[in-house]
Design a protein around this ligand. Structure first.
Ligand code: AMO
Length: 427
């Protein structure tokens, strides 16, 4: 069976009128008007009108919507207001029939809830809104790589690991040839180690958290964008993050015009520099709403919602107490209670966290003990730090959370192909 095509729909243009073309795609819509059949053919690049008469018309008229077809015909002028030209079909071949009715309507005319759409994700990808989201994700990923690859080396760290990278909590464990292994929560230890020889590294990969959180911003498998850079302080990598976010938003705004209109979502690159507020500022704002938080208390979701009301866009939250930060974060000179770290927020949503790291093995060991972690489990990591580790800083940013901002959605499940959460493991 022949199934190749000569053009994608988006390749066709008015100057080609009179040319023979072979198209492949699926039937989005089909209308019979007397002896003429009008079909909207869609492929991944766009849609075009097919006009079929005679044998081609009677062949196509029996085919169900969303079936995959191959059309051989001639490009001609059209009277349609929706299309600039149409294809007069000489022959139509059914490649694969779609069942009727389909489990979800890919045109979105019959609304399906998110769970039903996720259960039929491949078909949902024929929905123009869903496919627009994943094209925007593609543009964002390209933008991230374009920007970071200029100064950073892209690395891929292991996802099956022998000991925790972010402390002991929220680790998925698995049986590994008679031993216990874990799924990496982040590339933290490896990316830090790589600054020893490569200086500046970045990674875009999936990581795993065994968090029983059923919210619109938590997944058990999420995509993280990470950087780690030698000879940089936390304020330097904050600047890198801010510039990267600006570039991503600018690229999406300029490249994804039709995708943004089919979501629909109005996106403009944010004003820079981002506002910087301290942890103590945030405590004050929360306590003005009747809470009684004191230094050292964590900012829970309810607290961040109050701060987010006052700061609805991007802002950095700095000067966190050391007690709230992981063992690898450095304290401030002359004020060791305060960390050289930050979170990047978008309103109440935490997008990224990072900081200046400890690069002295003995100090890391001390912090591990303070946090109730066993330094024995970090022997190899600490060994690396004795081999001439440069001072370094970095951050990790949740790509799925950023995607909710780029697409104006409130649920990370909308922007992840096959989301994994405490209840969803299929498809
Ligand atoms: P942290 O644990 O704050 O820091 O994670 C960094 C960012 O990753 C995203 N994220 C998640 N997204 C979806 N679902 C989850 N369960 C989830 N958990 C985290 C968030 C978060 O801000 N190693 C440090 C980063 C560093 O210092 O370089 C880390 O992992 O957007």
């Amino acid at each position: 069976m022949e199934f190749t095509k000569s053009h994608d729909v988006a390749d066709l243009e008015e100057s080609m009128i009179g040319n023979h073309v072979t198209l492949g795609g699926w039937i989005e819509d089909l209308r019979k008007m007397g002896k003429i059949v009008f079909v909207t053919l869609r492929d991944a690049s766009g849609r075009c009108q097919i006009v079929a008469k005679g044998q081609a018309g009677s062949d196509i008229s029996s085919m169900s919507r969303q079936s995959v077809i191959r059309v051989h015909g001639t490009l001609q002028a059209t009277k349609s207001h929706d299309f600039d030209f149409e294809v007069n079909a000489g022959s139509v071949q059914l490649l694969t029939e779609a069942v009727h009715p389909l489990p979800v309507d890919p045109m979105g005319r019959l609304q399906s809830n998110i769970d039903t759409r996720l259960n039929h994700r491949a078909l949902d990808m024929r929905n123009p809104r869903t496919s627009a989201i994943f094209r925007i994700r593609h543009t964002a990923l390209q933008s991230i790589r374009n920007y970071l690859a200029k100064r950073y080396i892209e690395i891929t760290t292991p996802k099956i690991i022998g000991s925790a990278s972010e402390g002991g909590a929220n680790l998925f464990s698995l049986e590994y040839f008679g031993r216990t292994a874990y799924l990496a929560q982040s590339p933290q230890l490896y990316k830090e180690q790589m600054t020893l020889g490569l200086e500046r590294v970045f990674e875009v990969s999936n990581f795993y958290r065994a968090e029983n959180s059923n919210t619109g911003r938590h997944l058990t498998e999420f995509t993280s964008v990470d950087i780690e850079a030698a000879f940089m302080d936390y304020t330097d990598v904050m600047h890198t993050l801010e510039t990267l976010i600006y570039k991503i938003m600018q690229d999406v705004q300029h490249t994804c015009i039709s995708q943004l209109s089919s979501i629909p979502h109005h996106l403009t690159a944010p004003a820079t520099p981002f506002e910087v507020i301290t942890y103590e500022d945030a405590l004050r704002e929360v306590n003005e709403h009747g809470h009684k938080l004191k230094f050292g208390d964590d900012l829970q979701d309810a607290h961040l919602r109050i701060v987010g009301e006052n700061h609805p866009g991007f802002y950095f939250l700095t000067d966190w107490p050391m007690s709230l930060k992981p063992f690898y974060i450095m304290g401030k000179d002359g004020n060791p209670e305060i960390s050289k770290s930050f979170d990047l927020q978008y309103g109440h949503l935490e997008l990224s966290s990072g900081g200046t790291r400890l690069h002295n093995a003995d100090m890391i060991k001390e912090r591990l003990i303070q946090q109730g972690l066993n330094p024995e489990q970090f022997t190899e990591h600490l060994g690396v730090f004795k081999c001439g580790m440069p001072p370094h800083s970095g951050w990790g940013m949740g790509l799925d959370r950023l995607m909710t901002i780029l697409t104006g959605t409130s649920n990370v499940r909308e922007v992840v192909l096959y989301p994994r959460d405490p209840v969803r493991l299929l498809p």
